[in-house]
Design a protein around this ligand. Structure first.
Ligand code: COA
Length: 147
């Protein structure tokens, strides 16, 4: 089940982010868990349209949408491979029908394959100098199919 996140979901969203982000083990650790949790409640939730996926009443994934950007998409590791990420990505397409971009680290091959299977196209590769982690990333774009 997908629903809009509420302010009181901050802890549950942070639990998903922390567990899922830990799997991206090629990245430098720049923030403590407390800093990450503070950023989610004070910045991410108030500035993005956040959708959460629930299973058995528990938040297991979320997507954070900006204007024309899918800013964050994370599914808890033990809930991956069951269509939850696909459902959240479909929601992003529904909510941003004119299209959107997203950034993914180049080494995140699983996520890149996932986006490509779902019709997104790689439109830019960077050397990472523009992101906080200084890690090469890729910009993917989704455009609606032509009528
Ligand atoms: C990338 C990510 C969001 C994908 O989420 P997910 O829930 O694992 O994705 P899905 O289950 O929808 O799709 C993965 C694969 O699982 C399988 N799958 C999908 N639905 C399924 C179902 N109902 N039953 C069993 N398997 C299924 C398919 O092989 C699917 O491949 P597809 O993309 O061709 O459909 C997730 O792996 C993740 O959180 N990764 C770590 C964080 C990250 O990298 N985020 C992206 C940062 S840009």
């Amino acid at each position: 089940m997908l629903r809009r996140a509420r302010a009181e979901d901050a802890n549950a969203v942070a639990d998903v982010f922390v567990a899922s982000f830990a799997g991206l083990d090629f990245l430098p650790i720049l923030h403590t868990e407390a800093e990450t949790r503070g950023w989610i409640s004070a910045t991410l939730l108030p500035t993005h349209e956040v959708w959460v996926a629930e299973r058995d009443g528990q938040v297991v994934g979320f997507a954070a949408l900006g204007d024309a950007l899918l800013g964050h998409l994370y599914v808890r590791p033990d809930a991956q491979g069951r269509g939850i990420g696909g459902a959240l990505l479909a929601k992003a397409k529904e909510r941003r029908p004119a299209g959107f971009d997203l950034w993914v680290f180049q080494q995140n091959e699983g996520a890149r394959r996932f986006y490509e299977r779902h019709g997104l196209t790689c439109v830019e590769l960077t050397d990472g100098s523009g992101n906080e982690e200084r890690t090469p990333d890729a910009r993917y774009a989704w455009s609606p199919p032509r009528a």
